[in-house]
Design a protein around this ligand. Structure first.
Ligand code: 26Q
Length: 841
């Protein structure tokens, strides 16, 4: 027996629920009660006085006052869920990119106007105070932000959905630029305290690693397994409230933090190495130290697999604990009442962990355990890049999670037997469909485990879902066509319009009322107004003010002045070759070359903004950042260019930066190689805020174009099918030679115009463009991209037409609300009943 003390956090237990302790007076939502509360926190809790001059403490006091109003609604929502013992969904994700909470909470509680006014009486400007809040950057990009938008929509739809994730001490790195290069800084987002979370030590879980499997006979003489000699880690939950929009519902995001158990390493302890034994606690606590800053899988990192299992195991144990507290030990109904949505393959080890818990801890037989597991798990895929599919070395699994590897082998054996029955003698197919990829270093294919263990598998846009079943998952589709479905992504209009674009919100409310905030389809009611000059004028004023706000940010951060009357052309997203920021740069160089060649009659002044983070180990992406900065420097410092063209790279792209960027954008760049971007969600934020898209037929761009109509979308580039065909005979050198424009651009690049004192640094980018194996086929789309850009420039000159298109983009963005996405998930996968909480007494 290992020497350990049980969870020392476990509190003493009260003999019965204490109703007196929890009966409380509901807090007022009026200005007077709010201000009283804020002042109370400022003085009595934070201990600050009139000499204190930072905005941090007013921010904290305000946040505590707002948080108090969430608490009572939170408790009553959770009571209603328990009382009704309703079916629930758990959204398992290694990433939740929540951004800031204060503005969202005030909007959803409907106290933002009251507070703005009240704070002014105290001589404080709400927007300035809100700037003190650091972003909760616990995600890389699209997948993590999608999880955050989903939570907002589920709370608004009053669906009993709980998020489970990891409380990283360090979120997504902060980026700054030195000599044009990206430099990473740690993001210690919790340093000044986080008023939006509540630690719940009482629900601490224990998670095991290492050890080995032991077999024994149970009381009935059945052979059973147990996982022994493990090294355990505690998982401590921190809960963040997730308020719905003006509806009294407050859901939960539960994030796990690793803590060492009090078991000391016995040998070290007995050898008298007390300090070493205590020091080794670090090992445990490291598990939740940092978010992996890759947005495609990083292969074989042991710590990452530990994070994945830590999340899966702690969350499943927590759900089983809660189940037993409400329903007792019987699990017959478990699958009818619970659903786990896996956000990509990252938490997929949950399939094997749920089997382990049911087999080894609950003593079920295999078939019962499997029927529960495979009826509760659902998997969402977010990528089409085969190289991004997660695989883990079998060796690592055996070492870290030996009992789970046993179970995965058993799942695989039974699965392959089924394949053999369906396609007798087809051993090639068996090899293709096996969870285990054979080779010198055998691997566990996580996507296959997810597909086999789930009752639903979905892609995130129509094209993506279609390509999945035709390509990557074709064999599985033949086996189980009924499991596969599409759920087109969305974004929450609460954050991405109502909160981030207050002027447009006011304009919309004035014209069509505010129903669109919880029913975005209503926004199409502004479509007829696009034909009214007076409305277009008001729209233009809002856009110009937002462009000024964005121009101020760019000037502050980049030292470049953007003229708000120019066309604001924006590409912000992770830096990735397939997203083709490089194509955008080639276009900028092309415009520069035209100006230098005095070819600028009827010119449309243009300000090009790029932003995004490159994975720290992705050399080619980092070089693209450097090129953007170098090209920008040449363009901005050339007096001959003047106001006709400006270019800037905004450092440290994050949720709160996008809140300023998307309202001020005219032209949204969505220019990935067709068939590579699963969906994209930035495209939807821009559209909602009245930008036109210049884009390929990729991901959700296709559906955006369908909704708004071809005339209001700037289409270019090869289709996915054309890319597939032309790939076989792709000769970029020839394409370059035949295009005067592209030749001129390549010449400038190749003669070192943008790296005068840094010879050769861009050679790898030049080589990529010229390679017949360039997977992203930049040269193939260059000419058509330049043409579409020229069309955009000409249309912008006719402001009346441009604004009409902008209004129609906003008007037709109704489909791209996550409210719609969540209704689709709920109708076809989760089947949850909305629950109205009892209003607090
Ligand atoms: C996996 C293993 C190890 C380390 C890191 C990872 C990892 C982490 C993050 C792999 C992928 C990601 C993120 C992927 C992502 O953001 N995908 C995007 O998801 C969006 C929401 O569905 C889509 O809109 C985008 O098209 C897709 O690129």
């Amino acid at each position: 027996m290992p020497y350990y003390s049980e969870n020392h956090f476990a509190p003493l237990v009260l003999s019965k629920p204490n109703k007196k302790l929890t009966s409380l007076k509901v807090l007022g939502m009026d200005k007077k009660s709010l201000l009283r509360n804020i002042k109370h926190y400022y003085t009595h809790r934070l201990g600050r006085d009139s000499n204190c001059s930072t905005t941090h403490y007013p921010y904290m006091a305000l946040s505590f006052a707002v948080r108090d109003r969430l608490m009572e609604r939170w408790i009553s929502t959770q009571h209603s869920y328990d009382e009704q013992n309703c079916r629930r969904t758990y959204y398992l994700s290694l990433e939740f990119l929540m951004g800031r909470s204060l503005g969202n909470a005030m909007l959803n509680l409907d106290i933002d106007a009251t507070l703005r006014e009240g704070l002014l009486e105290l001589g404080l400007v709400l927007e300035e105070i809100a700037e003190s809040e650091p972003d909760a950057g616990l995600g890389n990009g699209g997948l993590g932000r999608l999880a955050a938008c989903f939570l907002d929509s589920c709370a608004t739809l009053q669906l009993p959905v709980k998020g489970y994730g990891i409380r990283y001490q360090y979120g997504m790195f902060r980026q700054h630029i030195e000599n044009g290069y990206q430099v990473e800084d740690p993001d210690h987002w919790l340093r000044d305290g986080n008023p939006w979370e509540v630690e719940r030590q009482e629900f601490t879980q224990r998670v095991s690693f290492g050890g080995h499997t032991e077999y024994y006979k149970d009381a009935l003489g059945l052979t059973r397994a147990r996982w022994v000699d493990t090294r355990d880690v505690l998982a401590v939950p921190f809960d963040t409230p997730v308020p719905g929009f003006r509806n009294g519902t407050v859901n939960t995001l539960r994030l796990w933090q690793a803590a060492a158990t009090d078991e000391f390493d016995l040998e070290e302890f007995n050898a008298g190495s007390y300090t070493e034994a205590v020091g080794s606690k670090n090992n445990a606590e490291n598990i939740t130290m940092v978010l992996y800053p890759n947005d495609s899988s990083e292969n074989g990192k042991e710590l990452r697999l530990k994070q994945q299992y830590f999340l899966a195991s702690a969350s499943l144990k927590d759900v089983l604990r809660k189940w037993k507290s409400l329903n007792g030990d019987r699990l017959d109904d478990f699958a009818a009442k619970n659903c786990f949505q896996l956000n990509d393959t990252h938490p997929t080890v949950a399939v094997a962990e749920l089997m382990r818990l049911l087999l080894d801890e609950e003593r079920m037989d295999w078939d019962s355990a499997w029927s529960i597991t495979s009826a509760t798990m659902a998997y969402t895929n977010h990528t089409l890049l085969p190289e991004a599919l997660e695989r883990w070395p079998v060796r690592l699994f055996r070492q870290l999670l030996p009992r789970l590897l046993d179970i995965i082998y058993e799942i695989n054996a039974r699965h392959l037997a089924q394949v053999a029955t369906r396609w007798p003698g087809d051993t090639a197919r068996q090899r293709r469909l096996s969870i285990i990829e054979e080779g010198p270093e055998p691997q566990v294919r996580m996507a296959y485990l997810a597909i086999i263990g789930s009752f639903s598998i979905n892609g995130v846009a129509e094209l993506h879902s279609k390509l999945l079943v035709e390509g990557l998952f074709r064999d599985f589709y033949e086996l189980w066509p009924e499991k596969f479905n599409n759920k087109t992504n969305g974004v929450t209009q609460r954050r991405w319009l109502a909160h981030c674009n207050p002027q447009l919100k006011a304009l919309l409310n004035d014209e069509i009322g505010d129903a669109w905030i919880s029913d975005l389809k209503q926004i199409q009611r502004i479509a007829p107004l696009a034909g009214r000059a007076a409305f277009r004028q008001r729209w233009a004023k809002v856009k110009r003010d937002n462009k000024k706000r964005l121009a101020d940010l760019v000037e502050r951060e980049c030292g470049v002045r953007f003229n708000p009357d120019a066309l604001f052309d924006v590409q912000v997203k992770r830096i990735h070759e397939y997203k083709r920021q490089l194509l955008n740069v080639l276009h900028c160089i092309h415009l520069y070359a035209r100006i230098k060649a005095d070819d600028s009659d009827n010119w449309t002044p243009r300000c090009v903004l790029l932003a995004g983070k490159a994975a720290p180990g992705y050399a080619q992406a980092k070089l693209i950042v450097k090129l953007i900065n170098n090209v920008a420097k040449v363009i901005n410092n050339d007096p001959q260019v003047g106001d006709r063209l400006k270019m800037a790279f905004l450092p440290n792209y994050r949720v709160s930066a996008m809140e300023v960027i998307c309202p001020g954008t005219d032209l949204s760049e969505q220019i990935s190689t067709a068939g590579k971007e699963a969906s994209g969600t930035g495209n939807m934020k821009f559209m909602m805020n009245g930008a036109l898209t210049i884009g390929t037929l990729d991901g959700a761009n296709i559906e955006i174009r369908e909704e708004v109509g071809d005339e209001h979308f700037l289409l270019f580039g090869l289709t996915e099918e054309e890319i597939k065909v032309q790939r076989h005979d792709y000769q970029p050198d020839l394409i370059i030679a035949r295009s005067r424009d592209l030749s001129r651009v390549m010449e400038l690049l190749e003669k070192g115009q943008f790296n005068q004192f840094e010879p050769g640094i861009f050679d790898p980018l030049i080589a990529a463009i010229r390679s017949p194996d360039d997977p992203w086929m930049l040269a193939a789309d260059f000419t058509s991209y330049v043409e579409a850009q020229q069309t955009a420039a000409e249309r912008y000159l006719c402001q009346e037409e441009w604004i009409r298109s902008a209004i129609l983009n906003c008007a037709h963005s109704g489909k791209f609300s996550t409210d719609r996405t969540m209704q689709d998930y709920n109708r076809e996968i989760w089947r949850l009943d909305p629950i109205r909480p009892q209003p607090p007494a």
